[in-house]
Design a protein around this ligand. Sequence first.
Ligand code: ZN
Ligand code: ZN
Length: 142
Amino acid sequence: MPKEWSASQTAEELVQTGIRPSAPRVAVLRSLKSRTDHPTAEMLYCDLKDDNPSLSLATVYNTVKVLLAKELIQEVPGGGETLRFDGDISVHGHFFCDECQSVSDIFYDRDTPIPPPPEGYRVRGVRIQYHGLCPKCGKSGC
Ligand SMILES: [Zn+2]
Ligand SMILES: [Zn+2]
C-alpha cells in the first residue's frame, strides 16, 4: 500500500526530476502516489477539482503526459480505450474487473515462473494482466 504523500514531499520529487512543481503537477502526482485505484484522467480531474478550482481536464491530461515522460508514473495498458494511470512505478501486474472496470495491483516475486519467449526473441519487459471478476462483482446477486 502506498503511504500518504505530503504536498512538500511531492514537490520535492518533482524538483529532483527537473520538473517545475506547479500546483496541478503536485496535485496530480500526489493523488496518484496516494491511491491504488489506477484512475483515468477524468477520475483524477473529478477528485481534484474541488481543492483546485483552476484545474481543467486539459491540464490534467497535459500533466500526466509530463509525469509519464519523466517516468514518475506509469500507464496501465490493457484497460480498453481509456488510459489508466499508476503512481506505483515498480514492476507489478494488474487485475481488470470486467464488470466494474476496477484495476487492482498484483505483486509477484521476480522468480515467479512465466512462459519463455519464442526462440530468437529478446524480452525487454513483462506485463502480467488478468481480467475477470473482482470479489465484489464475483458474488452472486441472490
Ligand atoms: Zn468488479
Ligand atoms: Zn498498479
